[in-house]
Design a protein around this ligand. Structure first.
Ligand code: SF4
Ligand code: ZN
Length: 319
């Protein structure tokens, strides 16, 4: 097959657009979609100047999504003195998994020469996910703890580094899955907080991710295309799955969406477009749910309870 844009030999076919693309047209199209998102979401504030640059904190796990996001943002903004990129890697304490992905992060940031910080559950909370998974004190799935801890650290360090924006590498599949999960759970409050959606159990997503605005510039790019981009550009992405991965419901939704996409190309795009429209209507009507937040008596994090969810979980694990 030939590339529909330039006639060279195609490396991919996107059923949702009908396009075949060669390597260079494809990589350019991924970059264009990310830059369009940055523009359309208004991520670069009008008043950012070289003298008063803004700081963007990127959650860099070393997986393909965050590696591709970091690479493209670097190429877009390396020459732009209004934007300072900082990459934050979180080490959950998962042997044989996170060590390798931290290596991938280090390789990338050294190549790109961006500031990189690594923080870990061990130093922050005095626990490791391997131990939590082996002896689950509250009988929840490991990801239920891990998601709360990760979001706590992202929020904490975004604040500490005075970041103006927290960027994560969620792709189109992630976002369409989250939208479907919220619908199926009847979680209207979560719809209003669309831009805070992240991995983790639905009922625990509400109290974190508040003050620093979030952005997901990869959310127009399907997962497979992110993987192909990382491969074609030979980026140092780590692809093994976490041994404690336990999001059964998300897995079911993922399979369902892949089947729907196969039969009706464009389904993920339309789910996300509809969801975003709905999110703006719901949040206009109900607000984004951050109005009632107080401070956790242990750690000061934003919460609707006396003790935030993260502190409750740390206490249950370490006591
Ligand atoms: Fe944590 Fe679950 Fe992700 Fe593993 S799969 S890193 S346990 S959230
Ligand atoms: Zn707390």
């Amino acid at each position: 097959m030939d590339c529909d844009k330039c006639g060279s030999s195609a490396v991919m076919h996107a059923a949702y657009s009908g396009l075949h693309m060669c390597e260079s047209c494809f990589t350019r199209s991924v970059e264009k979609r990310v830059r369009r998102r940055v523009r359309e979401d208004g991520l670069v504030p009008d008043d950012a100047t070289p003298e008063e640059p803004v700081t963007w904190l990127i959650g860099l796990s070393g997986g393909k999504d965050s590696v591709v996001l970091t690479q493209i943002l670097h190429e877009t903004f390396a020459q732009d003195p209004r934007i300072e990129l900082v990459a934050l890697t979180i080490h959950e304490g998962i042997a044989g998994y996170r060590d390798e992905s931290v290596d991938a992060c280090v390789e990338l940031v050294e190549e790109l020469d961006i500031r990189h910080e690594v923080v870990g559950y061990a130093e922050e909370f005095g626990l490791e996910m391997d131990d939590v998974a082996a002896d689950d004190p509250m009988n929840m799935a490991p990801c239920a703890y891990c998601g709360v801890f990760r979001r706590d650290l992202l929020a904490k360090y975004a604040d500490e580094y005075e970041a103006d924006l927290l960027l994560t590498g969620h792709n189109l599949d992630d976002e369409a899955q989250t939208a479907m999960m919220n619908f199926l759970e009847g979680d209207v409050a979560q719809v209003a907080k669309h831009f805070d959606a992240s991995l983790g159990p639905l009922d625990e997503r509400s109290e974190q991710d508040t003050f620093v605005p979030r952005a997901k510039p990869l959310r127009d790019v399907p997962e497979k295309e992110v993987a192909l981009y990382a491969h074609l550009r030979d980026l140092p992405a780590h692809i093994t799955e976490c041994p404690h991965s336990s999001e059964a419901f998300r897995g079911e939704i993922q399979q369902l969406l892949l089947k729907l996409e196969e039969d009706h190309p464009g389904t993920r795009h339309s789910i996300l477009a509809g969801y975003e429209e709905l999110a703006s209507i719901v949040s206009d009507r109900y607000g984004d749910g951050t109005a009632d937040l107080g401070e956790c008596e242990e750690c000061g994090a934003a919460t609707t309870r006396e003790q935030c969810r993260k502190c409750q979980l740390v206490e249950a694990i370490t006591s």
